[in-house]
Structures are given as C-alpha cells and as structure tokens.
Design a binder for this molecule. Structure first.
Ligand code: ME8
Length: 517
C-alpha cells in the first residue's frame, strides 16, 4: 500500500500516440507539466514527472503500413521523435515510458490477471461504431449531426466481434460518489460535471467496457494473460503506464509518488481518464489517483483543434528556434486560460511577446542594467531606497496570488500577478527618473537603481519555472546564490557585486510579418 500523501509530487502527461509527430498541442501539455514540475521542485518537493509514448493499436499498425515499416520499427522511430523534441526543449521529465517496454507488459498482465481472478472480466459479443482515431467505440449521442466523430470529422466504422469485457458498471456508482465528495478530483469544474453526466449516461446504457481485440484482427498489442488469442485494448494498456512507471506493485516510487499522482490531459481524452481509469483502479484495488486536470484545445487555422489529421499543426522545435524557447513557454503559459480553448495565430503570438516581454519586463530589465552601468552604480548591496516600502508591501500579496494560481494550474493568473510588480517597478523608474536624480541628487542614484534591481531579481525567481533559461542566466549574473526560492521581501535579496559589462538581451522584439515577407 502506498504512503499517505507527503512532500512528494507526481505529474504525468498523456502518453502520446506515435502515429503523429509532436506538435504544438502535445507541447503545451508537456510544457505545462514541466512548468509545474519545476515549480514544485523550487518549492522543495520531491518530484516525479512522467511522459512517454502510446505505441499499440490499430492506428499505429495502419500508419506503419503506409510507410512500409513494421509496427515496432515505426513505433521506435516516432517515439524517438518525441524523446528528442522534449530533450531539445529542455523538458525535465524524470522518466519516459513506452508501452512496448517489458516493464509495462508485466504491469498490464498483472492487473488484468488480478481483475480476471476476482471475476470482473468476462467474454461477450459486441457491436458498435468504432472510431479508429479515438481508438474507442462512440455512442450515437457523441456523433455530430452528420454522423461523424467530433474530433476526427470522419464517420466511425461499424464493428461486430467477440471480446473480453471489464465490469465497469459495477464500479460506476462508487466512482460517482467519489467525484461528488472530492470536489477537486476532476478539475476545472466544467469537466467534473461533464464526467458526472457521462457516468449517468453509461449507467443508463448499462454497458461494460470492451478491453480486448481478437488477434486475428489485430496482433500489435499486449497478450491477454488468460487467453493468447486476444490482445489488450489500447486504452486499458495505455492508462496503466501511469502505474508501471512508479514501479507498482513493490517499487519505492509507487509507495512515495502514487498517492500524489496528478494526470494532466486535454478534454479529448476526458472519458478514458475520468471514467475508465478510476474504475480500473477500483477493480484492481489500487487507490485512485489524486487529481485529473483538464485543459482545452489550441485551435489552429479554421478555429479547429490543432492536430496532424486536420493539417493545421505547428512544429514546436521550429517555432522555438524562431522565437526562443523561453518565449514559446511564456506564450503558451500566458495565453491559454487553463480549462478553456485558446487560439494560436502569429498575431496573438507577436503581440503577446512584444508587449509583455519586450516592452514591459524586458524594457525594465534593459533600462535598469543600462543605467547601472552608465552611472557606475552597481550592482551593490546598498541600504534600500525609500521606494522599497511600496515594493515590499506588494510582494506578499503577489506571492499569495502566484502560489494560489499555481495550485489551480492557472498559469496565466500567476504571470499576471508578477506583471503587477513589473509595472510598479517601471512606474517607480518613471517617477523617480534616475536621469534627473543624477543631476539633482546624485548620491541617491545607486541606492535607487539597486533597489529596483532587487525587485527584478525577485521577479526572475518567480519567473523561473516558466522561463527557466533566461531567468537562470540573469539570476546567475545578478544575484548571490543565497537568494531564497520565492522571496517575499527585498531584504532577502543579495546582489552579485560583479561589474556589468555585456549582458544578453532578455527578449528581442519579433516581427513575424516582416520575416515572412
Ligand atoms: O490521446 N490542444 O494521444 P494523443 C491541446 N495516446 N492539447 C492537445 C492538442 C490541441 N490541439 N492536440 C493534442 C492520446 N494535445 C493517447 C493518450 S494516455 C494514457 C493515452 C495533447 O497523441 C493533449 O494533452 O492523441 C491531448 O490530451 C493529447 O495531446 C492527446 O495526445
């Protein structure tokens, strides 16, 4: 049995299908988890951050055939694309799981056998409308008026076959009760309500979950341990990755991290995560994960969900090369309100980055450093200037809003809280005008600019999970290493008293229109 929740933090991305290249949609989830993982580490927690690839099923077989590769060759090549992308974007995942690994096969078979032995798996004939894109049967209600899958815009295929079924119905009432009593189990609330609605619908239909595929139709999967004529249904296989990676059932990771497991997904895969997965855990007598956090879609051209099949997906590595890795992270975290959809256009990207990073914070940083150099004022740990009291008044409130926003995955709100301080610092520079001070009260210039600089160092500390590279570089340049992870008073900031010669530009204005021309 796992420990009670402790100082540990476990976060997962979905494991991505290897039939597509990583695009901006996958990148958002991975960067959001990475930002959260970095934040939790900065708080001093012990973090396990998992991502990986989902490699079995019809979809992969079909995609491999098109390229005249075996499913295994195809899966390995494309899984490496994800691994490579996350490496290039400096994602700090602690593990990368592939569902074709031996450790995973063991867990899947162990859990299936356990559920089978207690009588919660049986065989039956099934007929339904199967969407190969979603790798699941769709109900009539889920289809668009034209009879298409709402995500893949194609009609599902009618299929009839004998399969093994998991007695999901048995666990639905208990799951419903769990969701009702644990308000944050599925977050934000809109998705919690959607899950409750879907449970009621499933109870009404009375259907269980088909969890196998006959090998004569599909052999690319994990054998059912009690019948080698069948392989495991891809969702049953895939969901278990979250448990495999902890070292279930005996691993230290299972004991330490499982009680604090948080799964991040987009709304497309709410049903498998909010309903199939917890009922599977109940049947396997494994405690439920702690929380499911659900975000909306990045919409690309035509205001459609960005995806490979709709042809409007963006390559994250190319984009990062163009605008910078931290700028990409910043944009994704600032622009999407976690839970709602967000639109990706070059215009929103450019406006957001130029306004926030070049004009507001970037300008504050550049002008402060230039003035420090021009007036030969530091960095120096001088007594604080009188304007520090206004800054110190804001800091605890800013920190409170920032941490509260992080606790709710509202990254945009955390960033907004920081910009209040950035604006205050810019305002103080205008108000006190060091260029005038230099003529009228020259002795005040250094204390003033160094007070502003300490405020900038505070901001860099809080920006660190979001823009790790730039914040890290500037903190290395400007701050002593005694600075706390999340300072709440300027007196906690010790500056690195090294001469400022050349420093990198925090953010170069971008003009994507000009670049295209
Ligand atoms: O569903 N906007 O894999 P997948 C936001 N293998 N997020 C997006 C997105 C978009 N336009 N497009 C993709 C699968 N995503 C299964 C998961 S888990 C046990 C198995 C992100 O490759 C988002 O996180 O289709 C979404 O849930 C996921 O990619 C789907 O990835």
């Amino acid at each position: 049995m796992p420990d009670k929740p402790s100082n540990s933090f476990y976060i997962t991305t979905p494991i991505y299908y290897v039939n597509a290249r990583p695009h901006l949609g996958h990148t958002y989830t991975t960067i959001a988890c990475d930002t959260m993982a970095r934040y939790q580490r900065q708080l001093g927690r012990s973090v396990f951050f998992l991502t990986g690839t989902d490699e079995h099923g019809d979809k992969i077989v079909k995609a491999a055939e098109k390229e005249a590769l075996t499913p295994a060759e195809f899966a390995t090549r494309n899984s490496n694309l994800f691994r490579q992308t996350w490496r290039e974007l400096h994602i700090t995942n602690d593990d990368f799981i592939r569902t074709t690994e031996e450790r995973h096969k063991k867990t899947v078979q162990l859990i299936l056998q356990k559920i089978y032995d207690k009588g919660d798996i049986y065989t039956s004939e099934y007929q339904g409308n199967y969407c190969f894109g979603c790798e699941r049967y769709l109900t009539e209600k889920e289809l668009t008026p034209e009879g298409n899958c709402p995500d893949h815009l194609k009609p599902p295929e009618p299929i009839s076959e004998t399969n093994y079924f998991f007695r999901m119905q048995k666990y639905l009432p208990a799951l419903k009760q769990h969701i009702e009593t644990n308000h944050d189990f599925i977050y934000p609330a809109g998705y919690r309500n959607e899950a409750l609605g879907a449970i009621d619908e499933l109870i009404k239909q009375g259907e269980d979950l088909s969890i196998s595929r006959p090998k004569k139709r599909l052999s690319w999967g994990i054998d059912m341990p009690f019948d080698s004529e069948f392989v495991t249904y891809v969702w049953f296989d895939a969901l278990l990755n979250y448990l495999t990676a902890t070292g279930y059932p005996d691993g230290e990771g299972y004991r330490v991290f499982w009680p604090n497991a948080i799964h991040m997904i987009a709304k497309d895969i709410l049903k498998p995560h909010a309903i199939f997965w917890p009922t599977m855990l109940m049947a396997a007598e494994v405690p439920l994960y702690r929380q499911l956090v659900v975000h909306g879609y990045w919409l690309g051209m035509g205001d459609l969900k960005m995806s490979k099949s709709l042809g409007n997906a963006l390559d994250p590595v190319a984009l990062a090369a163009k605008i910078g890795e931290d700028a990409l992270r910043y944009f994704l975290m600032r622009e999407m309100h976690f839970g709602s959809d967000a639109r990706f256009t070059e215009e929103t990207l450019q406006n957001r980055l130029n306004t926030d990073l070049a004009n507001d914070f970037g300008n504050l940083l550049q002008r402060t450093l230039s003035m420090l150099k021009k007036y030969q004022a530091g960095p120096r740990n001088l007594p604080l200037h009188e304007c520090a009291s206004g800054i110190n008044e804001l800091l605890p409130e800013m920190a409170r809003r920032y941490h509260e926003a992080f606790a709710k995955f509202q990254f945009h709100a955390a960033i907004e809280a920081l910009f209040e301080l950035s604006r205050l610092l810019n305002k103080l520079v205008e108000e006190y005008s060091p260029w005038k001070m230099a003529k009228e009260e020259p002795a005040m210039v250094a204390p003033f600019l160094n007070t502003i600089l300490r405020g900038i160092v505070v901001l860099l500390c809080y920006f660190r999970p979001i823009m790790p590279e730039k914040s890290g570089t500037y903190l290395g340049l400007l701050a002593a290493n005694t600075v706390p992870a999340f300072p709440v008073n300027l007196s906690e900031i010790s500056l690195a008293e090294t001469a400022l010669e050349n420093w990198p530009v925090f953010f170069n204005r971008i003009d994507l229109a000009l670049e295209v021309a």
